[in-house]
Structure formats: structure tokens, C-alpha cells
Design a binder for this molecule. Structure first.
Ligand code: ZN
Length: 321
């Protein structure tokens, strides 16, 4: 089960998605041994990334980054338009220091430092064009009360609210072998749903959310999306109509390559690379997403600097960074 199902309600201005990921999630975890609490948070973020990616009319990579001064220093999940995923977590403590009971706040909001950054990096863009980026603090601040965010779904919904997206509800679940999620989005009262009376449309949105609230973690983790859709929305489908589209496949895929490592070596500079080779006999670089290791011996390194392949993306970073 590595599927994402999109559906539309006829009796309410609602578009929905159900995702169920099995082997692709195992591939994400294959080379890493995350503490259970970290794995749980990462799984929820991976499910959320696929749901958000499939909800956007956008060709490129959606990148969710969560960063903090807490035990999770950086968490990165990437989902491309074709629903290929990769993800990694960088911890600031040894894994054994993280309790199984650690909450999202414990892991990602030490001293209220937690931030969620969502980036949309288009597949094709001009070099001068910056990718779209939205940032939210991991707390719900309505101007009166500041509440820390307690779950990944809450964090994502907060992001959606702050970025003035459509009303969105998200349910997420993950364990060691599976992750799953449900997304419901209220569509604007136009387009295909323009025929709905505003009161009927509001009632419909409320009705669908109540049905969404009945989904259990067990369902999200064990059933394929079509079964979940039938369970939750059978009556809605019989009474008003619910249409689903052919499921889309989710796969694990890493974008690392020997060429990209060579680009990083060029950014480090010849002197630095030479000194590493002198000290260790080679340069070794391990991909944090897939665990693949790249080796560059003295001959390889000479070749890296013999060719004049500097492109814009590999210019050394400007001072001040
Ligand atoms: Zn990789």
C-alpha cells in the first residue's frame, strides 16, 4: 500500500485526499535508527507532505522543514509532484536520550524555538527566482492566548491558516511499518460548486468534517484508501454523491548523485579537499536521506578540480552566511 486517493463531494464544497504508505515508509527508515518518538513525528510529517503536495497545482518539490533548539535540530521531508518522497532527521542529542513519551513540543519546541518552514521549489525556474517559502512558529497565537502546537496535524493546519489557504482539516497516523492520513479541504463557493446555496455549502462542509472526525488511527494505518473512503463516506456517497479518481502511487526516491557530491567538493575548495585527502586518504560523503556513501580518492578529487564545471548553483556562498 503506497497510494494516495483524491475524492470530491457532490453535496458539499469539499475535496479530500486519503493516503496510505507502507514500503515507501520502510525505505525512508531503512538506513536510520530513529528513537520511536522521533519516528512518530517524522511519519506524520511524511504523510502530511504527500497530502499537501497532491493538493497543490504546482510542478516541483514541496519541502517541509521543522527546526528547533530542541532534540530535533532539523527535520526535512521532500515530496515531488510525482509523489516521490525522501526524509531525514538531524538530532542534537544522542538517540538514547530521547524518551519514548517525548511529545512534539519536547522534540521541536524547546524554549519556543520551533519553526515550520514549507518551501515550494518549482521544477523549472529562472536563477533569479526564489522558491516560495512560508514560515510559522509552532505555536498558535491568536493575539490573546499563545498555545503550543501539540501535534503535526495541528502544526500543518496552523500553517495553512496563516498562509490564507483554504480551510483545511488533516488527520495523521504513523507506526513503524505504515503511515496514513486524511485531508479535507473546503473549496471556494465558485467553480463546480457555485450551484450550492451558501447555507447548504456550510452545512455540507460541517457534515463532511464530522465524518472525517470518525476516522481512527487503526483505519489510517491498516486499510487502503478506497476502503477508508467507503467506510467514512458511504452514506454521503449514497445520498449526495462522492467521486474518487484512480489512486496515485507513492515511492521513495533519493536525488543524491556523485555529481552533486562533486559540486559540494568544489564549493569546499581545492585546498580544503586536499587537506582532507592528506589526512584520511579519501573524502567520504554519506547521503542523509538514503544512506548511500560516495568515496572520492586522491585521483577522483584531482579530476573534480581539473574540470571547470562551476555553474551558478555551485558558486561559493557569499560572505555573511
Ligand atoms: Zn541519497
Amino acid at each position: 500500500m503506497n497510494e494516495l486517493l483524491i475524492f470530491m463531494c457532490d453535496g458539499a464544497p469539499v475535496r479530500g485526499e486519503i493516503v496510505s504508505i507502507g514500503t515507501a515508509w520502510k525505505d525512508v527508515l531503512a538506513h536510520r535508527n530513529y528513537p520511536p518518538a522521533v519516528r512518530q513525528v517524522l511519519g506524520d510529517f511524511v504523510a502530511a507532505a504527500t497530502l499537501l503536495s497532491a493538493s497543490l497545482k504546482f510542478d516541483g518539490t514541496l519541502i517541509i522543514q521543522a527546526q528547533s533548539n530542541g532534540p530535533i535540530q532539523l527535520l526535512v521531508v521532500e515530496c515531488k509532484t510525482d509523489l516521490t518522497i525522501r526524509a531525514t532527521v538531524k538530532l542534537s542529542v544522542t538517540p538514547s536520550e530521547i524518551l519514548d513519551s517525548a511529545s512534539l513540543g519536547d522534540l521541536l519546541d524547546a524554549n519556543h524555538s520551533g519553526r515550520l518552514v514549507i518551501t515550494l521549489d518549482p521544477a523549472t525556474r529562472h536563477s533569479s527566482q526564489a522558491p516560495y517559502q512560508g514560515i510559522v512558529a509552532l505555536k498558535d497565537d491568536d493575539g490573546f492566548v499563545v498555545k503550543p502546537v501539540t501535534s503535526v496535524s495541528e502544526a500543518i493546519m496552523l500553517y495553512m491558516k496563516n498562509s490564507e489557504q483554504l480551510d483545511t482539516r488533516i488527520w495523521l497516523a504513523s507506526n513503524t511499518t505504515n503511515i496514513g492520513g486524511l485531508l479535507l479541504q473546503r473549496l471556494p463557493n465558485s467553480g463546480g460548486h457555485a450551484h450550492l446555496d451558501p447555507q447548504i455549502a456550510l452545512e455540507g462542509w460541517n457534515r463532511i468534517q464530522i465524518l472525517g472526525d470518525t476516522v481512527s488511527n487503526a483505519e489510517l494505518l491498516t486499510l487502503e484508501p478506497e476502503k477508508i473512503l467507503r467506510r467514512l463516506f458511504l452514506q454521503e456517497s449514497n445520498e449526495y454523491g462522492v467521486r474518487s479518481f484512480p489512486p496515485r502511487v507513492i515511492k521513495f526516491s533519493c536525488r543524491c548523485s556523485r555529481q552533486k557530491v562533486a559540486d559540494i567538493l568544489r564549493m569546499l575548495g581545492e585546498e580544503e579537499v586536499k587537506s582532507i585527502v592528506a589526512e584520511r586518504g579519501e573524502v567520504e560523503s554519506c547521503c542523509e536521506f538514503c544512506g548511500k556513501t560516495y568515496h572520492f580518492d586522491a585521483v577522483d578529487c584531482r579530476q573534480v578540480f581539473a574540470t571547470d564545471l562551476l555553474s551558478d548553483a555551485t558558486q561559493p556562498p557569499s560572505s555573511g552566511h
